[in-house]
Design a protein around this ligand. Structure first.
Ligand code: ZN
Length: 140
């Protein structure tokens, strides 16, 4: 029996850079070219200065854990073999309050600490879909 396909987002023009970046192994976040504010989720207009001049830019992929929860119930057949898994909110180092909803990997729930340093990794789920996930940062 083949595994069920993952639920796959259908990116519009406004978020395509995020998914194509992930396929290349690069975390891309929308940034206002007028005032420098990073914006996530992508929007048509900068909420700081109302500019329409917004582009996806690569970011470091480093951040800290803002919040998390452990999911035990699969909400889609794809997740049946994956539960339990950790859903996390990561605040990226580029800007206070710049937060990404993601998965936390390679750490047990009991070892997770709010504020812990994390770094992006990429998990390829299908030919078309690679998602950014975060793991505990490895000390340099
Ligand atoms: Zn702006």
């Amino acid at each position: 029996m083949s595994a069920p396909a993952p639920p796959t987002p259908a990116p519009g023009a406004i978020s395509e850079f995020f998914w194509s970046g992930a396929r290349r192994g690069q975390l891309m976040i929308q940034r206002c070219q007028a005032c420098g504010t990073y914006i996530h989720l992508p929007r048509p207009v900068c909420r700081a200065c109302h500019s329409f001049d917004l582009l996806g830019e690569p970011v470091s992929g480093r951040g800290s854990l803002y919040s998390f929860t452990e999911t035990h119930r699969p909400f889609h057949p794809f997740f049946v073999d994956r539960v339990p898994y950790l859903v996390a909110v990561v605040e990226l180092e580029e800007q206070a309050g710049l937060r990404v909803l993601t998965n936390l990997v390679r750490v047990a729930e009991a070892d997770v600490r709010i504020g812990m340093a994390v770094q992006v990794e990429f998990e390829r789920l299908s030919d078309d879909l690679t998602i950014p996930v975060f793991a505990p940062a490895v000390a340099a």
